[in-house]
Write a protein of this length. Structure first.
Length: 76
């Protein structure tokens, strides 16, 4: 099962929207910084295909400025 962590940076004034959009996605857990416009995003998917589809969907979010992977692990 692929597990990844990311720093997700919202576009200006879109932090709350990005939190809502990511929270609505399956396999995602979000932790928001209290003093910065950055989110910690953890993903835990059942397989590589699901992980790729999820990351592709996240990259399409209009409220997302950038996504930086900080850790990745697959148990294959």
């Amino acid at each position: 099962m692929p597990i990844f962590s990311f720093l997700a940076y919202p576009k200006k004034s879109m932090k709350d929207q990005l939190i809502r959009e990511l929270s609505a996605m399956k396999y995602c857990e979000i932790k928001a910084s209290e003093n910065q416009d950055v989110l910690i995003l953890l993903t835990d998917t059942p397989d590589e295909k699901t992980n790729k589809n999820l990351i592709d969907s996240i990259k399409e979010l209009k409220s997302l400025q950038s996504l930086s992977m900080t850790f990745g692990h697959t148990d294959l």
